[in-house]
Design a protein. Sequence first.
Length: 224
Amino acid sequence: MKRMQDSSIDAVFVSRVRDTEERLFGDACNPLDSVRMKGDGYSWLYRPSHHAATGLVVERDMTMFSKPGARVLSVGGHPAYLERMLVELGVPAANIVVADTISALTEADFPFETLRFDMLEPWPEIGTFDLILFPESLCIALTDRIKSVAPAGDGPFATDALEAKLLSKVLCEALSRLKLSGEIRANGPQSHPNVVKAARSLVEARGFPHELDYARYFLRVKPL
């Protein structure tokens, strides 16, 4: 399992995204928190500039995914601040698909395609993508599911096996919908290295050879 050394994050691009988000969503940005949008209490909604600063989206994506036929899937993206920002920066809305479990996503009048599904359940047949993003959503989905189905166990690692199984399930679903040259990226607090290692073995066992780069707050996966 590799440790990422990502030098692609560009401070100029992050600044450009921040200027764009202030123009588009200024009223929704939390004035007391430089990385979050407004929300009830502790908001899990992050600014697009946070996603740029973590490397979830980088400047070269604006060119790569603006090409005809390119496809980007954002899983857990409601209410699509990041994706609306991508459109503003030149990525065609026709190239973007946003998915979440929240019905408000599909009911909103967004310029791109929206889908409602749970990343931890079987995914619908939606074709293949050049880039699949999990904007702070993978870690939240895993945590919420474990809390809802796993009783409190003995010791700090009682739910590791379940977490590895859930993580591997998501990665398999994403890899099966990824083009051979595509990439999966997730930001936010990632699973313990032992969980990621176990999940990777499960993914390999299911017939999905891949390259996985891991850091505490970022995960990148590519098919081999």
